[in-house]
Design a protein around this ligand. Sequence first.
Ligand code: AKG
Length: 266
Amino acid sequence: MSTQTRERDQYDDDGYSIYRQVIDADLIREASDHVDWLLANNPGIRPEQLHNNLMTNDPFWVRLVADDRLLDVAQQYVGPDIALFASHYICKPSGDGQPVLWHQDGSYWPLEPMDVVTLWLAVDDSDVDNGCMRVIPGTQSTELQEMQQNQEVDNVLGSSIDPQYLDESAAVDIVLAAGDVSVHHPNIIHGSTANTSQRRRCGLTIRYIPATTRILTDGQWPSAFLLRGSAVDSVNDYLPWPTYQSGEHMSFRGSDQWPPSVPAGP
Ligand SMILES: O=C(O)CCC(=O)C(=O)O
């Protein structure tokens, strides 16, 4: 049985929590190199839009989201059998980094039940000046609403929540140092402003599900990996962990031995 932590208590009360210095500087450096590598290999994609469809065959990405320190945090929310649903670098370049308008994540997701948690790993220091994430505490109890198309300004999602659900005066800034992690609930109303500073603001969103949550998809979901524990029979089809190929993938510490032995299937 998992122990209730101070962070978990805050999540239950407010819909979010913060864990300091989860990932060491060397791995954060590799994550930052990974963003540069992805951008070089995917010309034309904005750095806010590095999505999980790019990770199906990316050993470093899987290595990062399967890091035991992140899974130990995720386990406090989803239990010991952990799969990945989605992951996305939101890398706001200096000067013209796009905002993420106020929204609820679960409204976009084909999950049944909506049992899922997001970890947001700071790849750069993230603060008010470079457009850190902002949350409205307590709104995890707001039912999921349909998001509305919104192109008033260039923005990452192209949609936002109806303003009637929004009390921006209650927003809290999630200020993180590189290597810190924030955790948020799929219903919490959150977003972030544009990055007009001279510093990049990069974070990796990681959406973890318990093996009991079904991904509703017609085909193979591009980032369905079993990361810890066991699968549940007939719930999801999981992808094999990608094998590192020199020259095809970004090299990283331990890449020649990647993947290690994978968790047992059903
Ligand atoms: O990175 C951001 O600014 C927003 C992140 C977000 O909306 C999310 O993780 O769901």
